[in-house]
Design a protein around this ligand. Structure first.
Ligand SMILES: [Zn+2]
Length: 528
């Protein structure tokens, strides 16, 4: 308690190596410090404090504008800071012609490091640091995406994580939904708000900041590019072979810390172990960005590093991502725009996927030691500075385990309103027929189907098996016409193919029609 009082009396300076003078303005009067900094990293910043910081940032000068982009389930407006455009409107942002980068913290609101790092980044931007970024970049910063979860503070929300010892928010939103499983089904208002932001501002790059409590490795942070095999290959190659290695090299050179591709060490059936990444499906943010032809980056600070170190790791990741984006702004923009122009009609794409082994990789394994939480007595773990190079199988990517040829067109019958409405919310271009018509198409005939025994995120996931039959189909008024030859064609394919492992069939949105024996999505195959 004594230490607390000393800290409160003297104020706190953030000890970030390389921080410039602007970040070290006298702390007493500095109204732009985060709650984490003010509490010596015992506490995390609350929603009202974020909103107040935004308000002060907007008045602090620089090209900083504050707006909101939607609402949480409990009606909290979701703050968005726009840096590098004349104002915060989507029209003005797009009209700059610059490369647009979306940065998001707090989707899992026990993983608060990204929120704190983004608030520090914004303060530095307002103070004139990184001024050159505005020549080529517009930043869209959403520090507190899961605002409702952030406010549900408990000291035991992330057991064994090394703080903040004054508590952190919860993983789910106020509806109990995991927002990083919601990007395809769009059940939460937060996710719909985000889809609206992506449609309106159309960022070329998205960065989603988390904290991982998995394998005890030696990395301060791990990251992942989009993992779905249908992601435009040029985007994945650029991230895997250039951008993320460059970020890693710069952080190592400046700070001596190691970053690496995300994974968990898992035993292999025949002995040995693999460095295995998580999941390819677009319900996850980075994979969703990839199917939207965008450079999606997931960042995972390491739960057993101290809270202060985790904030630094998240900040340094974002700094180097943005510095690289600034230096390669034209290339980043071109990659996204080329992916938008590339039609997938007639291409064999994955509807399901499996992890693949691609040689070996050397992973730096680490160690932790136990400490006691000072206020609950529970065990929490602290990273030790140990690095043990360990060779294991590399399972960082996915390959198709089942494919389908992308058709020219899907027709979604009007009774499948939940699907049509979601396509529109995703920003997929949909034309509703004003009158009935007959077309030559293929209809999916379900031969068999299963439904998961256990509910997941409010759904019992469905699998269908079946075959397509050609027919002269009568399409009633209100049928949705969805061309696959559009920028979001990859996403439309994944949402509408019946065998897709993350589509509307899987999430149960077509259940009434399937149970009535009539699959409500038809397609027109690609011309050979
Ligand atoms: Zn997370």
């Amino acid at each position: 308690m004594k230490r607390v009082l000393v800290v409160m009396a003297c104020g706190v300076v953030l000890h970030v190596p390389g921080a410039h003078a602007a970040a070290q303005t006298p702390v007493g009067p500095d109204l732009l410090l985060t709650r984490a900094e003010r509490s010596d990293f015992r506490e995390t910043t609350r929603y009202d404090e974020v909103v107040e910081l935004m308000r002060r940032l907007a008045g602090a000068g620089g090209d900083v504008h504050v707006t909101t982009f939607g609402y949480s389930a409990e009606g909290r407006a979701l703050p968005l800071v726009v840096v590098g455009a004349p104002d915060a409107s989507p029209e003005s942002v797009r009209a700059t012609g610059k490369t647009r980068v979306y940065l998001q913290g707090d989707i899992h609101a026990g993983e608060v490091d990204g929120k704190e790092a983004l608030l520090i980044l914004l303060r530095r931007l307002a103070g004139g640091e990184y001024a050159m970024w505005s020549d080529s970049l517009v930043l869209l910063v959403a520090p507190i995406y899961n605002a409702d979860g952030n406010e549900r503070i408990r000291l035991d929300n992330r057991p064994r994580q090394h703080g903040p010892v004054g508590g952190m928010g919860q993983r789910a939103n106020a509806q109990g939904l995991d927002l990083n499983r919601d990007h395809t089904k769009l059940d939460a208002p937060e996710t719909r708000s985000l889809a609206g932001l992506l449609n309106a501002y159309d960022p070329h790059v998205t960065v989603d900041l988390h904290t991982t409590n998995g394998t005890r490795h030696a990395y301060h942070l791990t990251y992942a590019p989009p993992l779905h095999p249908n992601t435009p290959a040029a985007l994945v190659t650029f991230l895997r072979e250039r951008w993320l290695p460059e970020v890693t090299a710069r952080v190592r050179a400046k700070h001596g810390w190691e970053f690496h591709f995300f994974g968990d060490a898992r035993p292999l059936p025949g002995g040995g172990q693999a460095w295995a990444t998580f999941d390819h499906r677009p319900r996850f943010s980075n994979n969703y960005a990839g199917l939207r032809n965008r450079l999606g980056i997931l960042g995972e600070s390491y739960a057993y590093a101290t809270f202060e170190d985790r904030v630094k790791a998240s900040l340094w990741l974002v700094e180097e991502i943005l510095d690289f984006a600034h230096q390669n702004a034209g290339t980043v923009r071109r990659l996204a725009e080329e992916a938008d122009r590339e039609s997938v009609v007639g291409r064999e794409l994955a509807v399901r996927a499996e992890a693949q082994r691609t040689g070996d990789v050397t992973i730096l394994m680490g160690e932790v030691e136990e400490e006691r939480h000072p206020y609950t007595g529970a065990v929490m773990l602290r990273r030790r500075d140990v690095r043990t190079p360990t060779v294991m199988a590399d399972m960082g990517t996915f390959r198709a385990s089942e494919t389908a040829v992308a058709p020219e067109v899907y027709y979604v019958l009007p009774q499948a309103g939940a699907a049509i409405e979601r396509l529109e919310a995703h920003g997929v271009t949909v034309v509703r027929y004003a009158e009935a018509r007959a077309v030559d198409a293929e209809r999916f005939v379900v031969d068999s189907t299963t439904v998961a025994e256990r509910e997941f995120q409010g759904h019992r996931e469905r699998t269908v098996w079946g075959h397509w039959v050609a027919e002269r189909a009568s399409l009633p008024e209100g049928t949705a016409f969805v061309s696959v030859d559009q920028p979001l064609g990859r996403l439309a394919f994944t949402l509408l193919e019946p065998r897709s492992d993350d589509g509307f069939t899987a999430w149960g949105f077509l259940d009434p029609e399937i149970e009535a024996g009539s699959f409500p999505v038809l397609r027109v195959p690609a011309r050979r």
